[in-house]
Design a protein around this ligand. Structure first.
Ligand code: AMP
Ligand code: MG
Length: 336
């Protein structure tokens, strides 16, 4: 068997160990999800959750993948962006494993990892990435040696908005899939529905987005007596159309012809359908990896680590500190 690169993801709720072979063939991730008992994520509680599960997850990975420590050629981890306490657990575990196994350590940019696993899985070459996750909403494309952010949310991430709305309706975290289900069921009963039925604000400012106003307006509509399924449907239509509009503009400005979806919200069938329709209309290709690679996962961290190590030195201990506010365009892209 060839060697593998292990990736450790711990930017927020998800703690995950994944792996790719040295040739870049991904295997499954071994993940655990921190679910707050009430309210939003509590960074220290999430970090405790991750810390408690570290040895269990890594043992399962080694056992189920039939690996010995000398099969592991390098260890990659999310250096940022994310929640400090959570990132710190992943970084500490990775430093310890790197020392214990005497293998290179590589700190990677979480947002860039979404692009690289997408490229790995879909075969797209030079895409615009619509990155729609819990904490992030960005439209990203490569320009020279950087992945540049062409547009992004100015307040909360789209997934965060969906989760918050769900929480106000008594739906447990993560709320996105439940909103999708309620919206779909309602739309089946009301196939001719028009978005004006539940009027919500539509907020695109140039290439940027925001979601707080939409969230508050949706809560208001439920309080006014609109059916929950109808509000979920309209909420999705508004939020996703805004993202697709910015993505389309990014395709036009950059001259690129591939749109890649990534992030947990990219699991949603409706945003995939909107992507398909928009791309068809402009002769572009819309694509996305399977769901296990849309949500946060250790495998994507391993894949970016693999690509970085092919062209760069490993991360030395002195520069291995986490960076909660790491920007997508901070990372120099040294690989093809
Ligand atoms: P991530 O931060 O990339 O791990 O993604 C987690 C986010 O994706 C959470 O906000 C979830 O609510 C959201 N999510 C997961 N599945 C879906 C779905 N089917 N539809 C909408 N949002 C989803
Ligand atoms: Mg993510």
């Amino acid at each position: 068997m060839t060697g593998v690169i292990i990736g450790v993801e711990s930017t927020a709720h998800t703690f995950s160990f994944g792996l790719v072979t040295e040739e870049g063939i991904p295997r499954k991730s071994y993940s655990a999800l921190y679910r707050p008992k009430e309210g939003g994520i509590h960074p220290r509680e999430a970090a405790d959750h991750h810390s408690n599960l570290a040895s269990q997850l890594i043992s399962r990975l080694m056992e189920e993948e039939c690996l010995a420590s000398n099969d592991v050629k390098a260890i990659a981890y999310s250096q940022g962006p994310g929640l400090g306490p959570c990132l710190r657990i992943g970084a500490n575990v990775s430093r310890a494993l790197s020392e214990q196994w005497e293998i290179p350590l590589v700190g990677v940019n979480h947002c860039v990892a979404h692009i690289e696993i997408g490229r790995n899985q879909t075969g797209c070459i030079d895409p615009v990435l619509l990155y729609v996750s819990g904490g992030n909403t960005q439209v990203i494309a490569r320009a020279g040696d950087r992945y540049q952010v062409l547009g992004e949310t100015l307040d909360i991430g789209i997934g965060n908005m969906l989760d918050k709305f769900a929480r106000t309706q008594g739906l447990a975290f993560p709320g996105g899939p439940k909103i999708e289900q309620l919206a779909e069921e309602w739309h089946k009963q009301n196939p001719k529905a028009n978005v004006d039925l539940v009027e919500l604000p539509y907020s695109v400012q140039g290439m940027d987005l925001n979601f707080s106003g939409l969230l508050n307006a949706a809560i208001q509509k439920v309080n006014e007596g609109f059916e929950l399924g109808a509000v979920c449907w309209s909420l999705q239509e508004h939020a996703f159309s805004a993202c697709i509009e910015v993505a389309e503009r990014a395709l036009a400005h950059s001259g690129k012809s591939e749109l890649l979806l990534g992030g947990g919200v990219a699991c949603n069938e409706r945003i995939r359908e909107m992507t398909r329709i928009m791309c068809e209309q402009r002769g572009a290709v819309g694509t996305w990896p399977e769901k296990q690679y849309c949500i946060d996962n250790g495998t994507m961290i391993a894949e970016l680590g693999r690509r970085m190590l092919a062209t760069q030195n490993p991360t030395n201990l002195a520069s291995s500190a986490i960076n909660p506010s790491l920007r997508t365009d901070h990372t120099i892209v040294t690989w093809d």
